[in-house]
Design a protein. Structure first.
Length: 342
């Protein structure tokens, strides 16, 4: 039996007949407990808090029998408060790319951000090490295929700039809460992570056919999420007839576009979308107006960086010697991602 909440399915399996009402009640109690801890129960919150999820499930059920299902009781011995001494670092890269009508990359770069959330007591010193080519070469280490060149680096005011300029060490005393530790840019030729091809056929009887192919050009072990492909169509289009091999697509007249959404797009896959529109104001093939807007693509790829940046270490040094847990997460997303193929 299962229930669905947002984009999450909660499922139970049994070796024998059980009371269905009890099972459903337990699943709904699980939802209530997760919402108490994570505010919103969705795929991303489960990924970000998987350790707490395991702890909660371990307390809520033993050997197949429900135990504690009240959030207030569980809060007494499973806590997520600041005193757990944790540091969360998100390495977020936005890919900007412009492809012309010949399929050539006109402009591309990567904008990176290191976003940090700290829950620490006292004034500990943090040291962060990246696979920075300048630093690795200064240390006499090999950099072939393992280091990157960072441009336009900007730091939060807590970073000791003199230390960085001297030996490229990122040393700082973090403020409480969330802040942007560092931003950088890489001016490099970027291979399009999601490649889109579009073919437009104009017919004399006031209609237009659009065939769109989307291909993921990253490794199979990674998966793009929340993919959105916006394909421009003539502004007076009507009677849309759209078919997709994956995801869903709909006509968005307020944007003069067809929007194709794919929730999960694994690496090395190709999907297709075919659409047909009526054009009431057009009487001949030659009269179809040209649409100059580009194809726009949005996506996120968790646990992946297109530049290859890596956090080599994140050390937390405090005089009292308490233990703190550092967590690092990588995310790549589309920035200004446009393909002028129509």
């Amino acid at each position: 039996m299962f229930i669905q909440h947002n984009n999450v399915f909660l499922l139970t399996a049994s070796r024998q007949n059980c009371n269905a009402a009890s099972i459903l009640l337990f699943l709904h109690r699980v939802v209530d407990v997760f919402k108490h801890y994570f505010e919103e129960l969705e795929e991303e919150s489960l990924r970000d808090n998987f350790v707490v999820v395991y702890e909660l499930l371990d307390e809520m059920m033993d050997f197949g029998y429900p135990q504690y299902t009240e959030a207030m009781i569980l809060s007494e011995f499973i806590k997520t408060d600041a005193y757990r001494m944790e540091v969360f670092l998100d390495v977020v890269e936005s890919v900007n790319i412009l492809v012309n009508s010949n399929g050539q990359i006109v402009r591309s770069d990567i904008i990176g951000e290191l976003k940090m959330r700290t829950f620490l007591s006292g004034m500990p010193e943090c040291k962060l090490g990246l696979n920075d080519r300048v630093l690795l070469e200064a240390q006499g280490r090999t950099t072939k295929g393992k280091a990157i060149d960072l441009d336009d680096i900007k730091f939060h005011q807590c970073v000791r700039l003199a230390r960085f300029e001297n030996d490229r060490t990122i040393s700082f005393i973090p403020p409480d809460g969330s802040f942007d530790l560092m931003t950088y840019r890489l001016s490099t030729q970027v291979k399009p992570l999601v490649w889109v091809e579009a073919q437009v056929e104009k017919h004399s009887r006031s209609r237009i056919q659009i065939t769109v192919k989307a291909r993921s050009q990253f490794k199979e072990r990674s998966t793009a999420t929340n993919v959105e492909i916006e394909v421009p169509v003539p502004e007076d289009s009507t009677n849309p007839n759209i078919r997709t091999s994956m995801g869903s697509a709909a006509y968005a007249p307020e944007r003069d576009a067809m929007v194709w959404k794919i929730k999960s797009f694994p690496g090395g896959k190709e999907y297709m979308c075919r659409a047909e529109f009526s054009l009431p104001s057009i009487t001949s093939e030659e009269a179809v107006p040209e649409k100059k807007a580009p194809i726009r693509v949005k996506f996120e790829i968790p646990y992946f960086t297109v530049s290859g940046i890596q956090v080599r270490y994140l050390k937390i040094i405090e005089k009292s010697g308490y233990q703190a847990l550092p967590w690092v997460r990588y995310i790549t997303m589309a920035g200004e991602y446009e393909l002028r193929l129509i």
